[in-house]
Design a protein around this ligand. Structure first.
Ligand code: URQ
Ligand code: ZN
Ligand code: ZN
Length: 479
């Protein structure tokens, strides 16, 4: 079955032009003006609309077992909600328990993800270390298309990676040609600050941000960056939420270090006043880490995105309903951390980014799709509108408006951090593997249609050798 998207303006990371797009057999087969519809083709009239690469959300946690419960959104409902917002691929996380073989956890997550309706891939977390972890990392890169390994520097007593784990894992990643990613919060500081805040009698959700100030994130981001610098290891900092972490990334990038930064749609648009909501259930619904920050950090993050010091946008889609969040009713430390966003990421970024002039059309495509595809080595198969690429596309209607609400969203969670936000510009059609899976408000998904996406390693040793060469030849000093 072929689909012709006719009359639209194709927007990619590098170009904006009037062109039709013909999809057949899951791939893009022709891009250009005046394409005639083959017999039997589905034709989408994209007049007055944009045709862009489907969004890639590089940070989700579908059905994550965490803090004594399981995230309410699973791989079926979560990828469907993403398609309704123009996101056609997720990169989720395999998170082994300490002492659990990475391969065992990987097989478990692969099984959970079989019901996905859009394509998916996995970062694999390194939560402990011994030779078997090293071996499993190698197996995952060599045989399973994993090229990124995650490290939680927070969550002491659970999945926190110590410096020793970071060093061992980063060295292995360089050897394998993989990239490392970090959740950058100093877990020891958080642990003690949580205790201190709680012992002061602050037990409600307002205690959450107090126990994880921006400095706690800035320190960890800088530490991970410095470790990566010494080991010449590419580093991707997830959910950068504050000026301090952004400054650490910006400094490193200005010195030519291979560091990337990710920002969540939520951290760009929601501030820490939510934790002072007199409705404690609503306040608890916003408990995630790093926490939503005071307004000056949103200003810094938008600047970072515009300046190119933050390359990707994500959601950290990790859903817990009110009855789950209630576990922390008397002790904020027990509130499962996580919020939603996969359905609204692109539309809120369009409304607050493109329509306000912060982002050009091409920058919007970069930060919602292409940069993630390039960083995680699946470009131009993903993140492009080019012949031979997967036909994962979104037809974007700049004139359409909607008001975001839990009453109408497709996400399987009873709260929306963008509740009541009216946006102009949203997906009218989404194609996944060349099939129309969302059109005029209706999902047309097929359980299990999503495919696992292999992500090949980068050139192993390349950077390490270059670095050694640099170090070996002392810089000439003109006397
Ligand atoms: O830390 C993460 O990224 C996971 C556990 C989701 N929860 C969160 O608060 N960000
Ligand atoms: Zn995290
Ligand atoms: Zn996360």
């Amino acid at each position: 079955m072929s689909v012709l998207i006719k009359g639209g303006t194709v927007v990619t990371a590098g170009k904006t032009r009037r062109a039709d797009v013909l999809c057949d057999n899951g791939k893009i087969v022709e891009v250009g003006p005046g394409i005639d519809a083959p017999a039997g083709a589905d034709v989408i009239d994209a007049g007055g609309q944009y045709v862009m690469p489907g969004g890639i959300d590089p940070h989700t946690h579908m059905q994550l077992p965490f803090m004594g419960t399981v995230a309410s959104e699973d791989f079926y409902t979560g990828t469907a909600a993403g398609l309704a917002g123009g996101t056609t691929m997720i990169i989720d996380f395999v998170i082994p328990n300490p002492q659990q073989r990475l391969m065992e956890a990987y097989e478990q997550w692969r099984e959970w993800a079989e019901k996905a309706v859009a394509d998916y891939s996995f970062h694999v977390a390194v939560t402990w270390w011994d030779d078997t972890v090293s071996d499993d990392m190698e197996t995952l890169v060599r045989d399973h298309g994993v090229n990124s390994f995650k490290h939680f520097m927070a969550y002491k007593g659970a999945i926190m990676a110590t410096d020793e784990i970071l060093v061992n894992s980063f060295m292995k990643a360089v050897e394998l040609g993989a990239i490392t990613t970090v959740h950058a919060e100093n877990g020891d500081l958080v642990y003690r600050l949580q205790q201190k805040i709680y012992d002061m009698g602050i037990t409600g959700p307002e205690g959450h941000p107090l126990s994880r100030p921006p400095e706690v994130e800035g320190e960890a981001a800088n530490r991970a960056i410095r470790i990566a610098e010494v080991l010449n290891c590419p580093l991707y900092v997830v959910h950068v939420s504050c000026r301090q972490a952004l400054e650490a990334i910006t400094r490193a990038r200005n010195e030519g270090q291979r560091v990337f930064g990710e920002v969540l749609a939520g951290h760009l648009l929601v501030d820490d006043s939510v934790y002072r909501d007199p409705d404690l259930e609503r306040a608890a619904a916003h408990v995630m880490s790093p926490p939503f920050r005071s307004p000056e950090h949103q200003v810094a993050l938008w600047r970072g995105l515009k300046a190119g010091n933050l390359q990707t946008t994500a959601t950290d889609h990790c859903c817990f309903c009110a009855d789950q969040k209630a576990a922390g009713k008397d002790d904020f430390r027990l509130t499962p951390n996580g919020t939603a966003g996969i359905e609204n990421r692109m539309e809120v970024l369009w409304h607050h980014g493109v329509s306000t002039g912060k982002l050009t059309l091409n920058e919007f495509v970069k930060v919602t799709s292409t940069n993630a595809a390039q960083i995680f080595n699946i470009y131009p198969r993903k993140g492009s509108v080019s012949v031979g690429a997967d036909a994962d596309l979104v037809v974007w209607d700049p004139a359409a408006s909607k008001t975001i609400s839990v009453k109408t969203h497709k996400q399987n969670v009873d709260f929306n951090i963008f509740e009541g936000m009216t946006v102009q510009g949203c997906a009218s059609h989404t194609l996944s593997a060349g099939k129309v899976v969302f059109a005029d408000g209706d999902l047309r998904v097929e359980r299990g249609a999503g495919k696992y996406v292999n992500r090949p390693p980068f050139a192993p040793y390349y950077d390490a050798l270059n670095r050694q060469a640099e170090l070996a030849t002392p810089t000439k000093v003109d006397r």
